[in-house]
Design a protein around this ligand. Structure first.
Ligand code: FAD
Ligand code: MG
Length: 350
């Protein structure tokens, strides 16, 4: 089951990026296109750079993935001695001193829980573990168990001391999980590494969290395919024209299992403890940072169409494409001229 899903992700991402390369760029003599995909953060991470030479391109790849591994080793709940594993292990017992980077994301997690009215909550780790969607123990849990774990998701129980970078969880039964935030952060950090090497045109795509650096070398915007949010489909609903932006999607079609004809996916509504169930099938957020896009796409997915649109319309510099299960596409004003539908089964909503 797990293997099948991993394969699917690869195909999906493959299409997204080949789409980019096919339509997005022309061969330029001054650049060497270097592309590599490596597995980390539980997904395939593809990096495409227009480097001065093949050799420099390879150096950049090594530097990028070294950085990604650093982040994974600090923040993964699946790495035994990561900051997050230590923090969770000591819940109810004592503080742990974490790396400033981990501290920063924990702090942002608390801040965004407030900003998103609780729809984004890094404190729902016990529920994520219970469902284990995409993992070896995925299951539909007992209602009573979900109900009891809902009492252990209060982020006020996560205490942060910014002078000493100490963090502690008061509630011994609470678990913090950065799965909905650290991938976006890793994308931004990868982009920083690439910029530090003087590269002006690049695409970073970590399991659907994308950043396009610069425009494409032919002088136009990149054209980014927004994946069809349907199980078993691998096409694109439309394309988005963008430069120097992150484009991050969350949806119910990537990490899931089906039992008794019912779809159970990985975006949990913290108010119910169940996979989010509303009219949306995907949310794509276009913003300056993939970190913010990662958080907001998940939050808006939980909020649903109307609340999600209201929420994003109040945010400066953040745009979104929301796709419903009935195949309607909603755009915020700032992207209405930058998005083009390509699959005629989908229609633009007013
Ligand atoms: P998003 O919508 O951005 O995030 C959904 C993920 O966030 C869920 O999978 C869950 O982890 C969490 N989440 C769910 N609901 C909420 C909510 N309401 N509020 C806040 N968070 C929520 N996968 C593996 O299979 N094996 C690994 O070893 C592994 N290691 C990882 C290590 C790190 C550091 C990170 C960042 C991710 C890792 N992953 C791993 C992948 C991870 O489990 C998610 O699949 C991935 O981060 C989800 O990204 P997304 O953009 O698809 O979905
Ligand atoms: Mg995300």
């Amino acid at each position: 089951m797990k293997n099948i899903k991993v394969k699917r992700t690869v195909i999906l991402l493959g299409i997204l990026v080949s789409f980019l390369l096919l339509f997005g760029c022309s061969e330029e003599e001054d650049y060497q296109l270097v592309q590599e995909s490596r597995f980390a953060l539980g997904t395939y991470n593809q990096v495409t750079v227009y480097a001065p030479s093949e050799e420099e391109g390879q150096d950049i790849m090594d530097a990028v993935f070294t950085r990604v591994n650093e982040i994974e080793n600090l923040m993964s709940i699946n790495v035994e001695d990561s900051d997050i594993s230590k923090l969770n292990e000591k819940a109810g017992e004592s503080s742990v001193t974490v790396d400033p980077e981990t501290f920063h994301l924990l702090d942002l997690g608390k801040e965004y829980k407030e900003l998103t009215d609780g729809t984004f909550n890094i404190g729902i780790g016990t529920l994520i573990q219970l469902w284990d969607i995409g993992g070896d123990d995925q299951q539909v849990p007992e209602e009573a168990e979900i109900g009891s774990l809902l009492n252990h998701t209060d982020l006020n129980q996560l205490i942060l001391n910014e002078d000493s970078y100490e963090a502690r969880i008061e509630d011994p039964e609470m678990i913090v999980d950065l799965g909905g935030i650290a991938k976006g952060y890793a994308v931004d950090q990868a982009v920083q590494v690439i910029k530090n090497h003087g590269v002006e045109h690049a695409i970073v795509d970590f399991g659907g969290d994308v950043y396009v650096l610069g425009g494409n070398p032919d002088g136009n915007d990149w054209r980014i395919g927004i994946s069809t949010p349907e199980i078993g489909e691998s096409g694109v609903v439309g394309r988005l024209f963008s430069s120097d932006m992150s484009v991050v999607s969350s949806g119910d079609y990537e990490r899931y299992f089906i039992e008794n004809d019912q779809l159970y996916h990985h975006i949990i509504d913290p108010s119910t403890g169940h996979p989010t169930d509303n009219e949306l099938s995907s949310v794509t957020v276009i913003s300056d940072s993939a970190l913010e896009g990662d958080i907001l796409s998940t939050a808006m997915f939980v909020m649903g169409l109307e609340d999600g649109l209201d929420f994003v319309n109040d945010l400066e510099g953040v745009e979104a494409v929301l796709i419903t299960k009935s195949k309607e596409v909603y755009l915020t004003t700032g992207v209405s001229d930058l998005f083009e539908i390509m699959d005629e089964e989908y229609t633009l909503a007013d």
